[in-house]
Design a protein around this ligand. Structure first.
Ligand code: ARG
Ligand code: ZN
Length: 858
């Protein structure tokens, strides 16, 4: 992070094993906010005693070296290479030895929240990816694994680390983690915390103490996290045959956290917003996310911890698989179709966007400057899609066998994508060389489908002709064809399915598939379940889309047909053409369909977002106009509301959920439909219903929805004041309060509103959640961020520069607000580039932000 170091890229091709093996890591912490002492004893031995190799330890800027010794003999002046410590081969014995080291660090000064830091008086750690080197000198790489023995000295009442507790006395706690792990999975927590506890017995009878640790006063909001943990533990036993492997599982909630959560062995640390929930403070979406992330981190115990990554290029090995597993979990516990639609929406909004811009990179990158910049939608969400395709191609049973083999073969190892694919090859006999391109090649394939119908006396014949093409991405011009699983079904003219879902396996740049013996020309339902992360285009009119919306048996394809109808209307309007009324009509029929799940109907009623419309226009070669898109979407929403006012009003009343709040999928789905109706009705009732709902709602889901509607109608002031008065002390609710004012602001005022909010004393910008609430809120207001005068760009750049000096990870991550700049008009492009250049020229810019900005400018 130092300003003088030139960019140094890391390359996958340069991998070589660490020349030493680590048999045990002993750590001792004497905690103090300004001067924590860390003593370490690393029990090392040469991998090859005949090869004389230097011992290189990673270090960070904040380490003050107090002493270093080899088998008890001091090494007075060890060599420093940048932030690394090097002990020459000549000074090392060709047998096992113990390297002891003492350093002092300053957790209180750590505003980057990487390594050991303080959050509201509590000590905690974040070591993935390369945070441990800010705690002490160490081989900080995922393929160096060791059991840990940790002693913590502090007068704070709660002292936690990984593994099992082995000793506790006044001012001291000792923990032992028997499972060899890399340093990125190390964790330590010390503070004045309260706990809610439960106990779980694994399938083989191991009793596990479960604890969720929170700040005093928060314990009433930790119950849902605990319930979610128990559900996740059971599910992983039932579905993957994976049991927990320690006597205790601790979860800690912390207010200052760069990401969502972290799977440290036996001691998961969470952003408090992914633990704390009550009906009064959290929305249905928050509950669903808490359940999913608790499960995600728990699932990492096997996919991440027991089997970890050889190097950080393999990040998707644990993240793609663990996201895939948490998606399966949510599908099983809630509604599988609704979950699939939500996941595809998120994939398109975040990953397709990434793939289509200057930050595109493969699921397994082969080069990086700062690994924290690669915790992306591509590695996580596309990484999960790739596993979904693999499962579809080999079938559920073979997938299960391959996973068993994976756990068997690689338990205790640091593995690669090659290892992962090999278990599938060995299980099924398939050659996955072409499939591997999904890992190595960036970019979203475009898939074009053409239908050829030939009527005949012995039945008609339908040929589907597909062409695939992947546009170039940075550093990758030519993209050979990929394996694309295309799930297809055929629907007869009367609406009955004539051919159930079948997966076509496309491997060529152009390939046809034929269906014979058809009575009449069917309607093709293509890419069912979103069987591959591609952009499908086909010749289809709105009447056929409306037919699919009415009759498709595949819920995803059905929703997609409705969404395509909406997009077609919106694209016409955003480009000044008249739209046919098919969407308005078809959507009304679906909203009225009482046989359909309310959550599904809510998804169908929700219009595509402005960012999605802009992306579609850009993909088709047009230049999106943010203001025209905003106006077109508002207009379509009003048309839908006017056409179906009575129906929407009935739905709004009928979907009210009586009785006590439950975050379960059933009632949450009813609320989702109710809110979708409210959003449309607000366009024609001036916000009257929203005002009543805001005053009477007994849960945060409806209260926030009502508030957002009121702000959109320009009458949010009283409600905002009421929310602030009631929840001024609740950081998570106040984050929502900051965010909604900007996301729902009129585009031409959004940046100014954000600027005013940033002046408030409670805009505690060093808190990542608060910063994200405001800056992320503006980025989510498409026409506001891209305001023609550049105010959105300037405000964002100003704050990213300020944040970069305190917390480079957050600044770099939020800079992705700019990643779509090349798609807009020349004036906006000029303004966005100027903002990017201003950041690039900043003195002392971090490696994190510098890499992001230079990729975006290039
Ligand atoms: N492994 C964590 C998860 O997926 C994410 C931690 C990422 N941290 C970071 N600083 N990049 O749950
Ligand atoms: Zn993860």
């Amino acid at each position: 992070m130092s300003p003088t170091t030139a960019p140094i890229a890391q390359y996958l091709a340069d991998y070589r094993p660490y020349p030493f093996l680590l048999d045990l890591t002993e750590l001792r912490f004497d905690l103090a906010p300004r001067g924590t002492r860390v003593q370490s004893a690393l029990h090392l031995r040469p991998r090859d005693p005949a090869a004389a190799e230097d011992l290189v330890l990673d270090g960070g800027a904040g380490l003050r070296l107090i002493g270093l010794a080899l088998d008890g003999t001091a090494i007075p002046a060890p060599r420093r290479e940048g932030e690394r410590l090097v002990i020459a081969a000549a000074d090392l014995p060709a047998r096992p030895f113990v390297l002891s080291c003492e350093v002092e660090i300053d957790p209180d000064a750590n505003t980057a929240f990487e390594g050991l830091y303080l959050s509201g008086g509590m000590f905690c750690t974040q070591c993935e990816a390369e945070g441990f080197r800010h705690i002490t000198f160490y081989p900080d790489r995922p393929d160096v694994m060791a059991p840990f023995r940790v002693t913590i000295r502090s007068d704070l009442p709660v002292l936690l680390s990984n593994g099992n507790p082995v000793r506790r006395e006044a001012g001291l706690a000792e923990w032992h983690d028997p499972w060899p792990k890399p340093a990125y999975l190390f964790a330590l927590v010390a503070g004045d915390l309260v706990v809610i506890s439960d106990r779980y017995t694994t399938a083989s009878g191991r009793a596990v103490d479960l604890n969720v640790w929170v700040r005093p006063g928060d314990q009433d909001r930790a119950g849902y996290a605990m319930e979610s943990l128990v559900r996740a533990m059971r599910w992983d036993e039932e579905v993957y045959g994976r049991e927990y492997d320690l006597d205790v599982f601790n979860i800690v909630a912390v207010d200052d956290f760069n990401m969502g959560a972290m799977e440290n062995k036996g001691l998961n640390i969470f952003n408090s917003k992914l633990v704390l929930a009550s009906p009064e403070t959290a929305t249905d979406a928050d509950y669903e996310r808490i359940e999913a992330v608790i499960a995600h981190e728990y699932f990492h115990n096997w996919t991440g911890n027991r089997i970890t990554c050889r190097d950080w290029f393999q990040l998707c090995l644990k993240e793609g698989l663990t996201v895939f597993r948490d998606q399966q979990f949510t599908s099983d516990l809630r509604s599988a179709p609704v979950k699939r639609i939500e996941d595809v929406r998120a994939l398109r909004a975040r990953q397709f966007r990434e793939d289509q811009g200057p930050l595109a990179h493969p699921v397994r990158p082969d080069r990086y400057e700062e690994i924290n910049n690669f915790y992306t939608a591509t590695v996580y969400e596309k990484g999960a899609e790739v596993i979904g395709m693999l499962r579809r191609l080999v079938g559920d049973a073979a997938y299960a066998r391959a996973l068993d083999l994976y756990f068997d073969r690689h338990d205790g190892e640091a593995a690669t994508i090659e290892d992962w694919l090999r278990v599938f090859e060995d299980t099924t006999g398939r050659d996955l060389a072409q499939f591997k391109r999904w890992y190595t090649d960036a970019g979203t394939p475009h898939l074009e489908m053409t239908e050829i119908w030939e009527a005949g006396s012995d039945g008609g014949r339908l040929t589907l002709d597909f062409r695939q093409h992947t546009p170039p991405t940075p550093g990758q011009d030519d993209k050979p064809p990929r394996v694309i699983p295309i799930a297809v079904g055929l629907i007869g003219p009367n609406g009955d399915e004539v051919a159930g879902t079948r997966t076509l396996e496309m491997t060529e740049a152009r390939q046809s598939f034929t269906f014979e013996g058809l009575g009449a020309r069917p309607v093709v339902s293509a890419l069912r379940g979103f069987s591959a992360p591609v952009i499908l285009s086909r010749q289809i009119d709105d009447a056929t889309r409306a037919f699919l919306l009415a009759h498709d048996t595949d819920p995803f394809a059905r929703w997609e047909a409705g969404r395509d109808l909406a997009i077609s209307a919106l694209l016409a309007a955003a480009q000044g053409r008249a739209a046919a009324g098919d969407h308005v009509e078809a959507i009304g029929r679906l909203a009225a369909d009482e046989a359909a799940d309310p959550a599904f109907r809510a998804l169908c009623l929700t219009l595509p977002g402005e960012e999605e419309i802009a992306a579609r226009l850009a993909a088709g070669g047009a230049v999106p106009d943010p203001d025209a898109i905003h106006a077109a979407r508002e207009d379509l929403a009003r048309q839908v509301a006017e056409a179906h006012a009575a129906l929407l009003s009935d739905l709004y009343d009928a979907m009210a959920v009586p009785g006590a709040y439950s975050p379960d999928a059933g009632p949450a789905g009813r609320r989702a439909l109710r809110i979708a109706a409210l959003g449309l009705l607000t366009r024609i009732d001036g916000g009257d219903r929203a005002e009543v709902l805001f005053g009477t709602a007994g849960n945060m889901t409806e209260r926030m929805a009502a508030l957002s509607c009121l702000i959109r109608r320009g009458r949010g002031q009283a409600a905002l004041a009421a929310l602030r008065d009631r929840f001024a002390d609740n950081r998570l609710v106040m984050d929502k309060w900051f965010s909604v004012q900007v996301t729902a602001a009129p585009p031409d005022r959004a940046a100014a509103i954000a600027r005013d909010l940033a002046e408030r004393p409670d805009f505690d910008w060093k808190n990542p959640n608060r910063f994200r609430a405001l800056l992320g809120g503006l980025a989510a207001n498409h026409a506001g961020f891209h305001a023609a005068d550049g105010a959105g760009y300037d405000f964002t750049a100003d704050w990213l520069m300020r944040m970069d000096a305190a917390n480079p990870q957050i600044a770099a991550r939020m800079s992705t607000a700019f990643e779509t700049w090349p798609r807009y008009d020349a004036a906006r492009r000029g303004l966005a580039q100027a903002a990017l250049r201003r950041m690039a020229a900043m003195e002392g810019i971090s490696r994190n932000l510098r890499e992001m900005v230079s990729r975006m400018i290039a």
